[in-house]
Structure formats: structure tokens, C-alpha cells
Design a binder for this molecule. Structure first.
Ligand code: GAP
Length: 502
């Protein structure tokens, strides 16, 4: 862990840096923002592209070596965001993709029932709190509310476990009166739209809530066109939309986000082996892009908590500053069985079974699905990289792995005058053919280093008078601030080496 141990990182500081340095902005910022939507600025876009490209390379271009010593087979896909609405009926999203919601009649606020915590005791007034992220904060909040009471007598119970007879005792999070909360009601998370000129219920379509279904509906096309056979995978990266009730924690839970999903189709009897394989591979990949293994937790989801399609799921969780000391989801790896293919077979009337000629048998493959958030991954990378260091002018630097850093290096002429600028410009023009680099000419060198620290540029190459005589430059390393001299001819090779994943 690189963050200074005695100073917990505050999400507010991370959000502020993301805005100040062009990583992430509120969507529609000049109109006051738009809840649940975010725009990626110039550096955020480069960071997101780096994470996306690394995933694509690891899945599609150079997929991992399988248990038999040969590379596994995975092909890519880019399916439409809006599909025939029957897709979502078959998948169970229409009618099933709901969260139970509780309304407050007085404040008009709406809460997810399973995120509403009620403090019950033998008395008649039970306070409720919403989205309490930090368990350590609970006694303090309760104490504030119940100043002279012994708070040790209270139990914390999720709203959905409370009998309707007791609702009258509960004081909602945003009111002072008891009994204003309604019974939980189902609330659809599907965002709908109406393609074409006529807007009526019959023509209602949906923005996809996951990229996965586009893969299942193309499974047959890919089997027929690509000479693949189980076990093999189909990978897709793209936008997904969910009408989240409470978008929160910056880009962690938003209404528009990006996913990186791979559906691995295998013979049913091999599912357990492939499940273990993909959990292991996915954890290694997150570490290869710079995530600290000590802040990653594999959460085997309890049977009662599993999604309707899943026989087993392990979530890869990360210790975000807002979840610390706990962890929250980054990626889910699910054994979906043959749930999706059998549903699409039933609803479309198309045969989706695979015929194995060698074994002369027909079967619906089972699916192992590593489903990661790309935008959530960007948040995890930024949280991981955010390092407080009061000994440097910026007070903070982003410790990105060089392969993820939006800018791999900055070329800095020591002064804007003299002969430094043409040499720096030439070096910049050469390097930019291969690397994303910055040429920064103005301001004093300290200010320019500080800016590069804040955007996580791992190396700065400074051109000075010695460069003119011996063609060497100073290379400054971001984390240690150590400086050494290196010949200009060696810079490209130097960067190439540093870019290699851990
Ligand atoms: N196809 C399976 C599926 O979509 P999921 O756990 O609902 O599973 C997969 O989503 C990943 O997508 C999550 O682990 C998370 O990283 C990301 N994700 C889901 N909802 C999100 C949201 N509202 N905002 C940002 N990322 C989200």
C-alpha cells in the first residue's frame, strides 16, 4: 500500500483531483450535473482506453494458456446496445431486473429496501439510516439521535426483514416523524426507449443493462461462422445502462457505465475446473495492471444472495477508500450454467445445442462468465494510485503502473529559451509515434514536475545544456523523484521495458 498509512484517503480529494486534472467530470457540468452520469476527460479517456486495451489483449489477442498448455480460444464481439425487446424477456430482465424500493410519504425520498438499516429495540421508535458505508460510524450516529439511551440495546436489521406491522415505529432517514415509510415495491432498473416514430408500449425497447446478452444471442452465429467449438469464449466491451436508484460513490455505481464481459462456453461436466481457472486468471490480471494483491478479496457469494441465473459466483472485491476497512465489488465471476442458452432457445425457437461430432452427442454448453466493470475498474486504478506525499509540491501523486498511465513520459526543455526547445520537440515527435507522451514547455520545472506527478506520468525527460554537448537527458522517476542521466538514443527502449506488465 503506497498511501501514507496514518492519513486515510478521502474520496472528496480524489473526485477533486479527477476534475482538476481532466480525468472525470460530472456529465452536463455547466447545467449543474446529472445524477448517475459522468464524462471522461482527456486523461480519464486515455486511462480507460489503456485498461480496456489490456483486457482485450489479455482476452482476445493473446488469451491465457489453458490447463492443457495451449492458449484458450476467445473471439471478440461488438453487439448493438438496443436489441429486440424479446431478448430481455427471455433473459429475465423484463419483469425480473428489479430492486425492492421503499418510499417516504413525507420527504418523497426513495430508498432501496436492502440498503435501509433499521435500529430496533424493545421501544416504539426505531431510527433508520440509509447506505451506511462505514460500520464504525453507526454507534456515533445512533448516539446523536438517542442522546440519553443505552445504545447497546439496539439491533441493526435490514428494512426488508421487518414485519409490516412494525413500519409505524420507523423514523425514515430524512424525516423526524415515525410511520412515513411505505412497503417495499418493485422498481425496474431497465432504461427504456422508443425506436421509430410511434411511442407506445408495444414499441418499447431497452438500453442493455449488461453486454452479456448480446453474446448469447450471437452464440449460434459465431459457432456457424468462426470454426470455434466448446470450450471457447466470446468477449465484449461496451456501455450498459441501469436505472440505479441511488447512484453513488463517484463512478462506482452510475446509470451509464462500461463493462468488459466474457462468456466461456464449456462442456457441462468441465464447469468447476473452468470456474477455478477464470477466477485465478482474473485476479492475476487485476494485479498485472497495478492493483495491490493485499487490497483484493475473493468473495464467495452465499447461495441465498446469488443472482437468479447463477449456480456459483465469486466476486473480486477491492478495498475502495469509501468501503475501507471492507471491500466492494469490482468484478463478478459467475457459473451461469445453461440458463441463458436454454432461455433463448425456448423463446426464439432456434436450436442452440452444440453437436459434438467426435463424441456424437448434443448438449447446451455451460457458461462461466467473468464480468468486470471498465468504468469501475478505472475508479479502482485511480484509488489504488492516489498517493499522499507531503514532501512534494503537489502533495499527492498518482502511482499508476506505466502501462496504465495516461501519459508515459513528459519531455521538458529546462528553459523555454535557448536551444532546449527544438531538441525537446524532436524527441517528442519521435516518441509520440510509439507512446502517449507530453511536451510541456511553459512554467518553471518544479511546477511542471508537480503537474506530471498529479496526472501519474511515470517519467520526465529534461533537456538541458548538457544535452546539447553529450545528447544525454535527465530522467526523473515519479515515485522516488530520483534522477539519472540517460542517452537520448536509449529512451524508447527504456520506456518499452517499463511498459511491460508486472
Ligand atoms: N453479466 C453479468 C453482470 O452484468 P453484474 O455484477 O451486474 O453482472 C458486472 O455487473 C460488473 O459491472 C460489476 O462487477 C461492476 O464492476 C459493473 N457494474 C455493474 N453495475 C454497475 C453500475 N451501476 N455502475 C458501474 N459499474 C457497474
Amino acid at each position: 500500500m503506497t498511501q501514507s498509512a496514518d492519513k486515510p484517503v478521502d474520496m472528496k480529494d480524489i473526485v477533486a483531483l479527477c476534475k482538476r486534472r481532466g480525468f472525470i467530470f460530472q456529465a452536463s457540468d455547466i447545467y449543474g450535473g446529472y445524477n448517475g452520469f459522468w464524462d471522461f476527460g482527456p486523461l480519464g479517456t486515455e486511462l480507460k482506453n489503456n485498461l480496456r486495451d489490456s483486457w482485450w489483449k489479455n482476452m482476445v489477442v493473446t488469451p491465457p494458456i489453458g490447463p492443457d498448455g495451449t492458449p484458450v480460444s476467445i473471439v471478440g464481439l461488438d453487439s448493438a446496445i438496443i436489441q429486440n425487446p424479446r431478448v430481455w424477456q427471455a433473459s429475465g430482465h423484463v419483469g425480473g431486473f428489479n430492486d425492492p424500493m421503499v418510499d417516504c410519504r413525507e420527504s418523497k425520498a426513495r430508498y432501496r429496501a436492502d440498503h435501509l438499516l433499521v435500529y430496533t429495540n424493545d421501544g416504539d421508535i426505531w431510527p433508520a439510516f440509509y447506505n451506511v458505508e462505514d460500520a464504525a460510524d453507526i454507534p456515533r450516529r445512533l448516539k446523536k439521535l438517542k442522546q440519553n439511551e443505552d445504545i447497546s440495546t439496539y439491533k441493526i436489521v435490514s428494512f426488508d426483514q421487518i414485519s409490516a406491522d412494525d413500519y409505524a415505529k420507523i423514523i425514515g432517514p430524512d424525516t423526524k416523524t415515525a410511520g412515513t415509510l411505505t412497503e417495499p415495491r418493485q422498481f425496474s432498473m431497465m432504461l427504456d426507449t422508443f425506436p421509430g416514430v410511434i411511442r407506445d408500449e408495444e414499441r418499447k425497447a431497452y438500453l442493455r443493462p449488461e453486454t452479456a446478452q448480446g453474446i448469447f444471442t450471437n452464440y449460434k452465429n459465431i459457432i456457424d461462422s468462426m470454426r470455434v467449438k466448446p470450450p471457447f469464449g466470446i468477449a465484449q466491451i461496451g456501455k450498459a445502462f441501469r436505472n440505479e436508484v441511488t447512484p453513488r460513490n463517484f463512478i462506482f455505481r452510475s446509470r451509464e457505465f462500461e463493462q468488459m464481459e466474457m462468456e466461456w462456453f464449456c462442456p457441462p461436466e468441465d464447469h468447476a475446473m473452468w470456474f477455478e481457472f477464470w477466477v485465478d486468471q482474473r485476479k492475476k490480471w487485476w494485479e498485472s495492471v497495478g492493483m495491490d494483491a493485499n487490497k483484493i478479496f475473493l468473495h464467495d457469494i452465499e447461495k441465498s444472495e446469488l443472482a437468479h441465473y447463477s449456480a456459483r459466483t465469486i466476486d473480486i472485491e477491492y478495498k475502495y477508500p469509501f468501503s475501507d476497512p471492507n471491500f466492494d465489488e469490482l468484478e463478478g465471476i459467475a457459473h451461469r450454467g445453461d440458463y441463458d442458452l436454454s432461455k433463448h432457445q425456448e423463446h426464439s425457437g432456434q436450436k442452440l445445442e452444440y453437436f459434438d461430432q467426435q463424441e456424437n452427442r448434443r448438449y447446451l454448453p455451460h457458461v462461466i462468465e467473468p464480468a468486470a466493470g471498465l468504468t469501475r475498474g478505472v475508479l479502482a486504478l485511480i484509488c489504488e494510485a492516489y498517493t499522499i506525499d507531503e514532501n512534494r509540491p503537489s502533495g499527492v501523486y498518482l502511482n499508476f503502473h506505466p502501462s496504465m498511465a495516461p501519459k508515459k513520459a513528459a519531455i521538458l526543455p529546462l528553459t523555454a529559451k535557448e536551444d532546449h526547445v527544438p531538441i525537446a520537440t524532436k524527441l517528442y515527435l519521435d516518441l509520440r509515434e510509439e507512446f502517449s507522451v507530453d511536451l510541456d514547455i511553459k512554467q518553471n520545472i518544479g511546477k511542471r514536475y508537480a503537474r506530471q506527478d498529479e496526472i501519474g506520468t511515470p517519467y520526465c525527460f529534461t533537456i538541458d545544456n548538457d544535452t546539447i554537448s553529450d545528447q544525454t537527458v535527465t530522467v526523473r522517476e515519479r515515485n522516488t523523484m530520483a534522477q539519472e542521466r540517460i542517452h537520448m538514443d536509449k529512451i524508447a527502449e527504456f520506456l518499452r521495458e517499463k511498459m511491460k506488465a508486472v
